[in-house]
Design a protein around this ligand. Structure first.
Ligand code: BT5
Length: 275
């Protein structure tokens, strides 16, 4: 059986009821997220999968780029209409990160961790990223597009140099992985978690357990400059909860996090929180 990422192959043996049942496949496209947003606005069915072998304008957050050599990554987006409030959109990033991590772990045996807010890591190196783009009215989400880029069957040395070092499944395993099987495993896990989300479950506690940064002294570079403190957890809307040296609790909704050198006083002991 061919392991090509064709629509027929993806649908064959895919044990989902709606995620990935409607497929738009492109040998090359600007960005699967952009395409999915257009499709969502036009009312595409829930679970529509937009997948490409190559992107000419793959997107990251804040106008950044996603790079991928043609034909050897997984580059796809899903259209969802979750019955959630706008501030709950981060739940989709969380459940997607958990589903991707589980799928990679079960197929390859590699240990996967996540990095706030949207990175997928192996041994501290970035193997994938998630870009969640939502549109909402004041009360509820109209649609959410979840885009996933995963480095699969190529070498990270083929990528331009990045701030966070990159890796690929090929680099980690020394052999190729079936992109078709990996995609199907991700879609099945994603649907199972999405149905749990629709039934009222929330994923921030499990997600926090998979995040590299929790418990560490970190610095977060955001729109308001750099904030430092101990990463204590995450809120339901995906904000990183950071305890500053003065004991104040800050909830950071966006930014780049990295481990920082400890302040001279060390970690606060049994300090009362002022939140
Ligand atoms: C992300 O953004 O990590 C989200 C990436 C989502 C890409 C998928 S591909 C399918 C779908 N369609 C799209 O157009 N996008 C989604 P961010 O956290 O902003 O990280 C972007 C940064 O990651 C870049 O500035 C680079 O430093 C780095 N980067 C780019 N390509 C990479 C790669 N292949 N592997 C590791 N790091 C990469």
């Amino acid at each position: 059986m061919s392991s090509e990422l064709s629509r027929e192959n993806i649908r064959r043996g895919l044990g989902t009821s709606f995620i990935g049942q409607h497929i738009l496949y492109y040998p090359s496209i600007d960005s699967t997220n952009l395409r999915a947003i257009q499709e969502a606005r036009a009312g595409a069915p829930e679970g529509t999968l937009v997948i490409a072998e190559a992107q000419t304008a793959g997107r990251g957050r804040l106008g950044r780029r996603w790079y991928a050599p043609a034909g050897s990554s997984l580059l796809f987006s899903l259209i969802l209409y979750p019955p959630l409030k706008p501030q709950e959109a981060a739940q989709l990033t969380m459940l997607t990160g958990l589903a991707v991590a589980e799928a990679i772990e079960s197929l390859t045996g590699l240990a996967v961790s996540l990095k706030w807010p949207n990175d997928i890591l192996i041994r501290g190196r970035k193997v994938g990223g998630i870009l969640t783009e939502a549109s909402s009215t004041s009360e509820k989400l109209d649609y959410v597009v979840v885009g996933i880029g995963l480095n699969v069957n190529f070498r990270a040395s083929e990528l331009p140099e990045m701030a966070t070092p990159a890796t690929t499944l090929f680099d980690e395993l020394g052999c190729e992985v079936s992109r078709l099987q990996l995609l199907q495993a991700i879609l099945a896990r994603l649907e199972a978690r999405y149905l749990r989300l629709r039934s009222g479950e929330r994923f921030q506690a499990e997600w926090a357990g998979k995040l590299e940064t929790i418990g560490q002294y970190v610095e977060v570079a955001g729109a308001d400059g750099i904030q430092r403190g101990w990463a204590r957890g995450v809120s339901e809307d995906g904000a990183l909860i950071v305890e500053r040296e003065d004991g104040q609790i800050a909830q950071l909704s966006a930014g780049e996090v990295r481990t920082a050198a400890l302040p001279p006083a060390g970690e606060p002991q049994n300090r009362a929180h002022n939140s």
